[in-house]
Write a protein that binds this ligand. Structure first.
Ligand code: ARG
Length: 568
């Protein structure tokens, strides 16, 4: 099924060709609905190119443009924009097509990619904190959307489970561990031990040396140290799993840094042999002479003490993903502070001849109400698990107020749907680079651009059908007379245009904002147009509009990883 945008764009291309113009400009959704539903800047661009008045060029295009079945007569406005206003009967026809389509109009990609999405990727021996919500929610949403569009997606959790910190973790485990505390809250005890060891090793060179020894033993396969390491990883993973369960996040593979350990020596040899890397002051280094922004930023892939780096394991990871997972597209959903790291990795991969499409998808910070990085009162990172549990508790209060008659099981379930949805939506509805303030009151509000508002719109639709005593409308003939009906139906038709747009610059916030406007459009329709009280065939048409709105809200939120309740 074609969207109005693609249909109109094709007609425009035809008209430009007929008028003897090159194919220029874009056809987009209108930026201001007062001027219509779609617009193109083609005449503006041609006017500039040809030194003619864009309005005259626009008139020439209009002479050749045949859109009479889709749009009221298009007009040239302002400096030379051509505006289109969809015809109500065309919208009704399209709505009926959408209604019959399980995919709600969203086309499958004509060129499916084989993507690996590296997201979440927390570090062992540290709890997941509020900052991890960004990579986790964003990566999951992108994975859902890419999959829906027809790409082949592998979701990979690149856990930080290897590296120099384990020298300290193991020394601390042997010297400071409180077994009882470990029983009570394993990750908290590992973190305590790690922190204390870290503090001691800063002030006491003997401890520092002892930690180094433990690390060397681990790296050379010492049995006892490997056992401790294994246990730490397993305990951390249990904590992560709990968070993933709450968030409803799934991974296809979890190849952490340790997975690549036995490949690192090979990586260094290979890069030395191909002269991409060189020995410098005892270390093995890649210099990026000739790349202006990296010229003074060499990348060390083997330290002078023989140890490998984060970068070394990422180079091994690239090779694995391309050669063994046969991926052609690599997405890394990792915070903005690692921008330089990924530039270096991608440049090295390019030098090695890898042709894949590499994307670092960075994001900003989560701030506290004081506009500083969100921390607990004692200055620690806020553990994500605790935060998500609090979200459910707070959402429970909303459920109690709105609908005290629900059963206990329903309340638990709905509170979780609302609470977790609110946290994810607060994140995904922001442009990813924008730092945002984490505010319970804002994200849980029933009004405004929030998950509970969208979920409530869905619930309202479900309750219409409960009242009607029908689960799904029978008619699929849309009769659009009232302006609120037409506006809503037009919005519904835009879903298929919005979903693929998200991947252009990895912005789920575009979809979030679309859903918010859709919910607004639904409320306006619901105020203006009686549904159950109107007569057939209008009643059936309005029920079908409700149903389609509900399905798009549900699907759209699902693409963001957010569930909808049937009641709330
Ligand atoms: N564990 C890293 C961190 O917390 C993120 C890993 C991102 N992925 C990667 N391939 N480097 O900073």
């Amino acid at each position: 099924m074609q969207t109005f945008q693609t249909l109109l764009a094709k007609r425009l291309v035809d008209a430009l060709a007929k008028a003897g113009f090159p194919n220029v400009g874009e056809l987009t959704q209108a930026t201001d609905s007062r001027f219509g539903d779609y617009q193109t800047n083609a005449a503006l661009i041609l006017g500039k190119q040809r030194g003619e008045n864009p309005r005259d060029v626009g008139a020439k295009i209009l002479e050749r443009l045949d859109v009479s079945d889709l749009s009221e007569s298009p007009t040239v406005a302002g400096a030379g924009f051509i505006n289109f206003t969809l015809r109500a009967d065309a919208v009704a026809k399209k709505a009926a097509e959408l209604f019959a389509d399980e995919r709600l109009g969203v086309a499958r990609s004509a060129s499916p990619k084989k993507i690996v999405i590296d997201f979440g990727s927390p570090n062992v021996a540290k709890p997941m904190h509020v900052g991890h919500i960004r990579s986790t929610a964003l990566g999951d949403a992108l994975a859902r959307i890419a999959t829906f569009i027809g790409h082949d997606v592998i979701r990979d959790n690149h856990i930080g489970d290897w590296g120099t910190q384990f020298g300290m973790v193991i020394w601390g485990w042997k010297n400071l561990l409180d077994r009882e505390a470990l029983q009570r809250d394993p990750l908290a005890e590992i973190v305590r031990v790690y922190k204390e060891t870290n503090a001691r090793s800063t002030s006491d060179p003997a401890v520092r040396e002892a930690c180094r020894q433990e690390l060397v033993k681990l790296q050379s396969g010492d049995k006892e140290n490997t056992g401790i390491w294994n246990e730490c990883v397993a305990l951390s993973m249990q904590d992560f799993e709990h968070v993933y369960e709450l968030l409803d996040i799934h991974y296809d593979i979890q190849c952490g840094e340790s997975f690549y350990d036995d490949r690192l020596a090979g990586v260094v040899d290979r890069l030395l042999k191909s002269k991409i890397a060189e020995v410098s002051e005892g270390a093995v280094v890649v210099f990026f002479r000739g790349v202006p922004e990296l010229a003074d930023k060499p990348c060390i892939i083997r330290k002078s003490d023989g140890g490998f780096n984060y970068a070394t394991s990422d180079i091994a990871t690239v090779e694995y993903r391309i050669n063994e997972l046969t991926r052609d597209t690599l997405w890394y959903v990792v915070g903005a502070p690692q921008t330089l790291h990924f530039r270096q990795i991608f440049e090295i991969a390019r030098r090695e001849g890898y042709k894949a499409d590499f994307r670092h998808i960075p994001f900003g910070n989560v701030l506290g109400e004081d506009r500083k990085l969100m921390k607990t009162r004692s200055g620690e990172n806020v553990p994500l698990r605790q935060l998500l549990e609090e979200a459910c508790v707070r959402a429970r209060k909303i459920v109690e107020e709105k609908n005290p008659g629900l059963t206990e099981a329903e309340k638990i379930d709905i509170a979780r749907t609302i609470g977790i949805g609110a946290v994810k939506y607060a994140d995904l509805s922001q442009y990813r680079m924008t730092d945002y303030i984490f505010s319970w009151d804002k994200m849980l509000a029933l009004q405004g651009n929030t998950a509970p508002y969208l979920q409530n719109a869905y619930v309202r639709i479900r309750s219409i059908f409960r009242k009607a005593g029908e689960s799904a409308p029978k008619t699929d003939k849309f009769i659009l007379n009232e302006s609120a009906e037409i506006t809503l139906a037009k919005r519904l038709c835009q879903f298929a245009e919005i979903v693929p747009q998200v991947l252009n610059d990895f912005r789920p916030n575009i979809l979030a904002n679309y859903l918010f406007e859709l919910a607004d459009g639904f409320h306006a329709f619901y105020e203006a147009c009686p549904v159950l009280r109107s007569d057939e065939p209008v009643r059936g048409s309005r029920l079908a509009l409700c149903d389609l709105t509900g399905r798009i809200l549900q699907r759209g939120l699902d693409l963001l990883g957010i569930k909808v309740p049937e009641k709330m």
